[in-house]
Design a protein around this ligand. Structure first.
Ligand SMILES: Cc1cc2nc3c(=O)[nH]c(=O)nc-3n(C[C@H](O)[C@H](O)[C@H](O)COP(=O)(O)OP(=O)(O)OC[C@H]3O[C@@H](n4cnc5c(N)ncnc54)[C@H](O)[C@@H]3O)c2cc1C
Length: 367
């Protein structure tokens, strides 16, 4: 008999398993996939750690979380400085003085501010009714048309005029020559990849991969006093109120017979006519020297029943559906729900760890 059965070996499940085990509880982790780590899983190809489910960059301003992950493996000093490709021209992201120079040749903050102010003023007077109008009123035509429109439309699978305005509340523009995408105090990639991190977190803990909890829920429940469930909330209840909607992703991995293919870890393709949203070149996350390289084209797609759910669509309809499921959750005494799928919430990695810490605290587990 286990004290806790943990469904899912992503960050949420793994952190819970580690801390419960450390506090003397007997835990068993079940994982549906053939590997641990959930979406942060990395796999070795050509001597390079490939981010199998998309680029993952750890960033946080929370020192406790940073020290926690670094207590398992060492992190490198990777700084995320993505580039954008639009019609064969390359631009720096996030929008900063380098981007403005590439767009307009402006060299001073004053000149760049003047261009943006002029472009914004053409759209600022009416209340934005959709994402396109919102973006135009925040940053003007050039940044919107070259760097936002195509990328966003591919991500959402809809014209920007049919995406609600609230999706973009702010579009930060920086009047410094600073290409560091994140503003957090700490940032990096685990040396040896995220799988090394998860392996270290789960060291000494029993994990059964290729095991779907929902396929034999009653039997699995009988193995433990408590269950921590990190799978999709609607699947737990057999979708009885309907399916929560997600956007999915398709990844096309390719080995290139060259040492350095695009010169950067992440390049966004902001032109609508290019079918993918970005290309990753994994070796740049850990600055490894190998004769070949591995790239991944990332496509944003609708999420069918058989597809992996990645990004929740938190619109009014899905929020109402979620509320129905949450009422059912409240009636479950043995099962605790947590993580991005069980909460139907986009979490960054540091946030999901914090959320696991909060859950552990409620269970009386001190770290
Ligand atoms: C494309 C992409 C890029 C991202 N980039 C970043 C980034 O750069 N920085 C950052 O901080 N965060 C990033 N994130 C977010 C990060 O992936 C999440 O914060 C984190 O993976 C969430 O962990 P989790 O444990 O909640 O979920 P998951 O990693 O999804 O783990 C849930 C696990 O449960 C398993 N499971 C589900 N149902 C069952 C079942 N019935 N039986 C057994 N097992 C089951 C699943 O197989 C999965 O392994 C990104 C996310 C995506 C999609």
């Amino acid at each position: 008999m286990y004290d806790y059965l943990i469904v899912g070996s992503g960050l949420f499940g793994s952190v819970c398993a580690r801390e419960l085990n450390r506090s003397g509880k007997k835990v068993l982790v079940l994982e549906k996939r053939d590997h641990i780590g959930g979406n942060i899983y990395t796999e070795q190809r050509e001597g390079i750690n490939v981010h199998k489910y998309g680029a993952h960059i750890f960033h946080t301003s929370d020192l406790e979380i940073w020290e926690y992950v670094n207590s398992f493996v060492e992190f490198n000093n990777f700084i995320n400085s993505p580039m954008a490709m639009f019609k064969d021209k390359i631009y720096n992201l996030p929008f900063n003085m380098n981007t403005f120079y590439q767009l307009w040749g402006t060299k001073t903050p004053e000149d760049a501010r003047a261009v943006i102010a002029k472009q914004k003023s053409l759209f600022g007077s009416v209340e934005p009714q959709n994402l396109e109008e919102q973006a135009l009123s925040l940053v003007g035509k050039d940044i919107y048309e070259k760097l936002i429109k195509g990328y966003t439309e591919k991500q959402w699978g809809r014209p920007a005029t049919e995406i609600p305005a609230f999706i973009i509340r702010r579009l930060p523009v920086r009047f410094t020559y600073d290409n560091n995408y994140f503003t957090d105090r700490y940032q990096g990639i685990p040396i040896g990849g995220y799988t090394a991190l998860i392996e270290a977190i789960l060291a000494g803990i029993k994990v059964e991969t290729n095991t779907d909890y929902l396929a034999d829920q009653e039997r699995f429940n009988s193995l433990a006093k408590n269950v921590i469930y990190t799978g999709p909330i609607d699947a737990f209840f057999n979708h009885k109120f309907g399916r929560l909607e997600y956007r999915s992703l398709k990844f096309e991995h390719e080995v290139k017979d060259t040492e350095n293919w695009q010169g950067n870890a992440v390049v966004n393709y902001t032109d609508k006519s290019v079918p993918y949203t970005r290309i990753l070149e994994h070796k740049h996350f850990e600055k490894v020297t190998t004769p070949k390289t591995v790239i991944t084209r990332e496509y944003s797609t609708p999420c069918g029943e058989k597809d992996e759910p990645y990004y929740p669509i938190n619109d009014a309809q899905n929020s109402a559906l979620l509320e129905q499921y949450q009422q059912e959750v409240a009636a479950q005494s043995k099962v605790i729900f947590g993580g991005r799928l069980a909460e139907y919430k986009y979490y960054d990695m540091h946030q999901v760890i914090r959320s696991a810490f909060d859950t552990l605290e409620k269970l009386g587990v001190s770290r």
